[in-house]
Design a protein around this ligand. Structure first.
Ligand code: SAM
Length: 280
């Protein structure tokens, strides 16, 4: 095991999800690098593992990574763990992995829980193509611009969000995406209060607004891609002309709402046409 780096996934809530190989690796390495050493101590205690610990977090990553690489090059087997789930997935570790690889050190993943993958697999939304966006921007205006940008995405996308911002994020999404757009909100995965809701955006936002419990815990948000416009649009030239005028005057959402009232056409079709007209 000497002179190696192991990336060990830990549970995201349910201890039974820790793989046998993950536990064995932590038993055998010389040193464990952890995002929060106090947090990982509790996990190690559960398995009766006592090992030297080194903190590796976003504030000391460069220095700690060099220190760990020196140890590895001197022959130590090092495991990197984060507070929960898979290291490097929105967690520290990239500088260490890069340094190790640059020195020809073997880097071995010990796979296990990962919140985004668990949520995707249960969501019922298309998963053959998806992108992961990390945490959403923190301010409302930055979130709305981000959502505008994601309207171009025809594949499923996934992000993490905190309990403090989940409601605001859904309200911002409602200002940009059509209310009937399909999303999945996965909360407290693998824990006692696990909740996975796949429904139209407006319905999920309402549930989160109305039920305080739906704003508690940890969240993965999954958003279906925006379907490309059908080849043979059912809109007339006049419908498109109206839509084009409206788009110049207001947001896509308002333009589409008004166009539905004026033309009587289906909202979904007008929405897709609006995206095309905007070159999205
Ligand atoms: N490395 C982790 C992984 O593999 O999923 C992610 C770390 S990231 C700093 C923490 C975020 O992941 C949380 O704020 C939440 O959005 C999401 N997350 C982690 N555990 C979760 C769970 N049990 N249920 C839902 N989301 C979770």
């Amino acid at each position: 095991m000497s002179g190696k780096l192991y990336l060990v996934a830990t549970p995201i809530g349910n201890l039974a999800d820790f793989s046998q190989r993950g536990v064995e690796t932590l038993r055998q390495v010389d040193l464990i690098a952890a995002e929060d050493t106090r947090h990982i101590k509790m996990l190690l205690q559960h398995y009766g593992i006592a090992k030297p610990l080194v903190a590796l977090h976003q504030h000391n990553e460069d220095k700690a990574s060099q220190h760990l690489l020196d140890k590895i090059l001197a022959g130590a087997a090092v495991a990197l763990v984060s507070d929960a789930g898979t290291p490097l997935i929105n967690d520290p570790g990239l500088p260490l992995v890069r340094l190790a690889r640059a020195q020809g050190v073997s880097v071995t993943p010990i796979p296990g829980a990962c919140a985004l993958i668990a949520a995707l697999s249960a969501s019922g939304l298309p998963v053959s193509r998806f992108s992961f966006e990390g945490f959403l921007p923190r301010t409302s205006s930055a979130r709305q611009s981000f959502f505008q940008h994601k309207l171009k995405d025809d594949s499923t996308w996934v992000c993490y969000e905190s309990s403090h911002r989940i409601q605001a994020a859904l309200e911002d999404m409602l200002a940009v995406y059509p209310p009937e757009h399909m999303i999945c909100l996965a909360r407290e995965l693998t824990k006692l209060h696990e909740t996975i809701v796949t429904a139209e955006l407006a319905a999920v936002a309402e549930q989160v607004r109305d039920d305080e419990n739906m704003r508690k815990g940890e969240f993965v948000l999954i958003v279906a891609g925006v379907e490309k416009a059908p080849e043979h649009s059912e809109l007339s030239a006049e419908d498109l002309r109206i839509l084009e005028i409206l788009i110049k005057q207001c947001s896509i959402k308002t333009a589409v709402d008004l166009a539905v009232e004026i033309t009587g056409r289906r909202k979904k079709v007008l929405y897709q046409a609006a995206l095309e007209l905007q070159g999205i």
